[in-house]
Write a protein that binds this ligand. Structure first.
Ligand SMILES: N[C@H](CCC[C@H](N)C(=O)O)C(=O)O
Length: 297
């Protein structure tokens, strides 16, 4: 299917997001187009949120989430906030229901511009994450990295927020760990048949933790919303924190609330950077200034 589509380059606490408007089209953004966009410094991103026509009655849109390596993800909390901001700017709507490969989720923009996303129910069964072998207590699984008798990171909690997460608890500043080195090894460890997002978490009070994440398919990012949710739920589940936690990621704070109905609500900002148009098949793109001569401004 030929022709360019509009996109907005945005970010959610520094998680680099491209929101692409694929409504009215039957094709999808090709993995190699995504990789080409990621290789251009101006459009380098962590996730593309492709807005497609709704597939289910009662939803506003179907959202496909694409990592910078071209793979698909089931969840992207920061990207979802960007989608809400982009769509609320085009209508009066402030509350949305979306569908992703992982199911239906709701989100809303508040009067102060902050956006809350219901990230759904965390799952902890080893088959749901998934893990390659049975672990009956996923609050702490046997996995470590570094010297066998003095591991640098060990015994992570694991959880699914639709996508797979492992959270390693540490006692020191999260910046003292070489996540760039350990991240890829753990992401691709055979215990995770669908790979995993790898986080290190430092609990600083009953209501606060700091978090850095090596994302599956995207590498180190300044923010990972689903990891913040997985970490907050795992911290509460292991007795480290209460159920309402401020998770500070490199890009800033996210408020995570694990409600009594089991749903995890993530609240944070989204920021618009620039607009343009892109070719979903090749990744060729131009800024809106250039596109405006074609009447697309
Ligand atoms: N940045 C995203 C997570 C993307 C997840 C992706 N890396 C995967 O699961 O493959 C977030 O804010 O939740």
């Amino acid at each position: 299917m030929a022709g360019q589509v509009q996109f907005a380059k945005m970010n959610g606490l520094g998680n680099e997001i491209i929101v692409a408007d694929m409504r009215g089209r039957a094709d999808r953004i090709a993995p190699h187009a995504a990789i080409a966009l990621d290789h251009d410094p101006a459009t380098k991103f962590d996730q593309i949120m492709a807005i497609h026509d709704p597939r289910t009655v009662g939803t506003e849109a179907y959202i496909e989430i694409i990592n910078s390596d071209g793979s698909q993800a089931q969840a992207c909390g920061n990207g979802m906030r960007c989608v809400v901001q982009a769509l609320s700017a085009e209508t009066d709507k402030r509350a949305f229901t979306f569908e992703t490969i992982a199911g239906i989720l709701t989100a809303q923009e508040h009067a102060d511009g902050q956006i809350s996303v219901d990230m759904g129910i965390p799952r902890f069964d080893w088959r749901d994450i998934p893990l390659a072998e049975p672990f009956h207590d996923t609050r702490r699984i046997e996995l470590q990295i570094g010297p066998i008798d003095a591991p640098v990171l060990h015994s992570p909690s694991v959880a699914s927020m639709g996508n797979p997460h492992a959270i390693f608890w540490v006692d020191q500043d999260v910046w003292t760990y070489d996540l760039e080195r350990f991240g890829p090894l753990l992401e691709n460890h055979p215990i995770f048949p669908e790979r995993a997002n790898i986080s290190i978490a430092h609990v600083t009070s009953r209501n606060a933790l700091t978090l850095r994440t090596w994302e599956r398919g995207a590498g180190l990012t300044r923010a990972c919303g689903s990891a913040a949710c997985a970490a907050a739920a795992s911290a509460a589940r292991t007795g480290r924190t209460d159920r309402t936690v401020t998770v500070t990621v490199p890009g800033g704070p996210l408020l995570i609330e694990w409600l009594d109905n089991d749903h995890v609500i993530m609240t944070g900002p989204a920021e618009w950077e620039f607009a343009g148009s892109l070719d979903p098949q090749t990744g060729a793109w131009q800024r809106e200034e250039a596109a405006s001569s074609q009447g697309a401004a």
